[in-house]
Design a protein around this ligand. Structure first.
Ligand code: NAI
Length: 511
């Protein structure tokens, strides 16, 4: 390695002192690294330094850092007013406007100033590192160093290998990210790198669920939080990020992958952007954030239980649990091969819809209902159960099933017929995309999971999520969805298929 990242005298330059440059400067200074801050806008770097020292002061007041750490970090931050003043830096991190031509021009200018072994790192989130590097005389010293906002709290940095980046450059940036207290993951220069690529499943599939009329956005959010364990539902997330930010990212990654169906965006998001209904920032997105906004209450639990219940045996272990739930509610459970004439029929599809399950099993669709069992339906494991009607399920049978599954106090969501309910299909898409990132060798399996848990806050990385639910189950969900909907969007990644067939973890690298 030509740059001693651990050196006490390490000096880095930061060009562009907006939100990202400031955050990077803060964590670098806190790690004892000398930071030269430069911004093209007169006075911007000085005001950024004040903001950072103000943040450090507050951390010290709250006792989060010691007075010595405050003084040490503050002393490391220096404002420079000319690009030439960055000559002594060993690494320069660019966090300027997201415009490839402006970034290329800056890197070309810097090459005339910096030392032979100085690394040029770009914090770009959407541009090609390879393309920025190609503008330089020495593209091998250019790498991606992608932080997330707010930098001090989002403890992850993606280190990007451009096509021509030298290994010592990537290794130095990985070390630098770690020295700054972040988890550093390594990724190839591909659209969206790891985190923004892996994030395609959650929101785009949720929008499809909405677009198919399966459930309203509130119900989808409840299911994804309470059944699948996400901190935030996909529509809450869209409102928070802003409908002006998410659709362009969706379209950019979809197009950079030449219309790969797995990333296909939904017209519903584009329409909201066109209508200026942008989420929290405009006071209205999917949810209303106005001061008079009222949250509609959840549907009340119906009172009338079914007289008799018959449970499909397609998944015997799930059937046992469902029978216990019915018995505990005091409902007669039929054990004959076929249901009696007035029993509520319960089916348990995996990736399929309620209609297909009924037709295949010769059941009456008017008194049939499907239950999502993949996420655990025992009351101790689940705070919400998802039921799904066929297009013909009668309101009386639907309500009776709702009453039965809510009898032990568990919340119930009732959705319309859908291949893969809500959580099954959204999580299967997340696992599939994560698997394909591994298949494309964008990053190691472990780094994919690390990046997604830290960068997106998912309860598990996509590969560990698949393992927890069973890679075979996820494969079945995807294959059944692909067959049922005829959409190549759901075709399983070879990474997932092979590991599911071999019965090994999705985190298994090739030997
Ligand atoms: P920002 O707009 O807040 O700040 C950019 C700063 O760069 C401004 O102070 C501007 O005066 C300065 N600048 C513009 N052109 C310059 C030039 N040629 N030379 C020197 N300074 C110049 O932008 P922000 O949000 O801090 O983002 C910066 C970079 O980080 C972008 O490439 C962005 O894609 C990337 N990024 C942003 C994230 C975010 O959430 N804001 C997340 C991850 C990456």
């Amino acid at each position: 390695m030509r740059v001693d990242i651990q050196s006490a005298a390490l000096c880095i330059g930061i060009v562009g002192t907006g939100a990202m440059g400031r955050g990077i400067a803060q964590i670098a200074a806190q790690a004892g690294i000398r930071v030269l801050m430069f911004d093209a806008l007169h006075g911007a770097a000085a005001s950024a330094r004040e903001t950072v020292t103000g943040t450090l002061d507050k951390l010290a007041e709250k006792g989060k850092i010691s007075p010595e750490a405050l003084a040490g970090a503050t002393a490391k931050l220096k404002v420079v007013t000319r690009l030439e003043d960055l000559a002594s830096a060993c690494v320069i991190i660019e966090a300027i406007v997201e415009n490839i031509d402006v970034k290329k021009t800056l890197f070309r200018q810097l090459e005339d100033i910096i030392g032979a072994d100085c690394i040029l790192a770009t914090n770009t989130s959407s541009l090609s590192v390879t393309s920025i590097a190609a503008a330089c005389q020495r593209p091998e010293r250019v790498g991606g160093f992608h932080f997330f906002n707010p930098v001090p709290l989002m403890k992850i940095v993606e280190v990007i290998d451009g096509l021509l980046t030298a290994p010592w450059v990537t290794e130095a940036l990985l070390d630098l990210g770690r020295r700054m207290g972040h988890t550093a993951v390594r990724a190839k220069d591909t659209p969206g790198f790891i985190v923004n690529h892996a994030g395609r499943g959650f929101v785009t599939e949720a929008l499809r669920v909405l677009g198919e009329g399966v459930a309203d956005f509130r119900e989808v959010d409840r299911i994804m939080r309470e059944v699948a364990g996400f901190r935030m539902g996909p529509f809450e997330l869209l409102d928070l990020t802003g409908l002006d930010v998410s659709p362009p990212v969706m379209e950019s990654i979809y197009n950079q992958y030449y219309q790969e169906p797995r990333y296909r965006p939904s017209p519903l998001a584009a329409q909201r952007l066109a209508g200026g209904v942008l989420g929290r920032k405009t006071g209205r997105g999917f949810y209303d954030y106005g001061k008079d906004a009222v949250t509609p209450p959840e549907a009340s639990v119906p009172a009338t239980l079914p007289a008799r219940v018959w449970v499909s045996q397609t998944h015997p272990e799930w059937a046992d649990v469902l029978r216990e739930i019915a018995s505990a509610a005091g409902i007669e459970v039929e054990t004959d091969y076929l249901p009696s004439a007035d029993a509520l029929c319960i089916v348990t599809p995996l990736g399929g819809d309620a209609t297909t399950a009924c037709v295949e099993q010769g059941l009456d669709p008017r008194r049939s209902i499907a239950v999502d069992c993949l996420f655990g339906i025992q009351a101790a494991k689940s705070s919400r159960r998802t039921l799904m009607t066929t297009p013909l399920t009668t309101p009386a049978m639907r309500d009776a099933a709702h009453a039965m599954f809510a009898a032990d106090g568990t919340a119930v969501s009732v959705v319309r017929d859908s291949a893969g309910f809500v959580a099954q299909r959204i999580v299967a898409c997340i696992v599939n995309i994560g698997s394909d990132i591994a298949q494309q060798r964008v990053a190691s399996a472990a780094d994919i999971d690390r990046a997604v848990t830290l960068g997106l806050g998912y309860p598990k990385g996509p590969l560990a999520f698949g393992d927890a639910l069973g890679a075979r189950n996820i494969l079945t969900v995807l294959e059944t969805m692909q067959a049922g909907l005829g959409d190549p969007r759901y075709r399983p990644s070879p990474w997932l298929r092979r590991r599911a067939l071999l019965g090994v973890s999705l985190l298994t690298e090739e030997t």
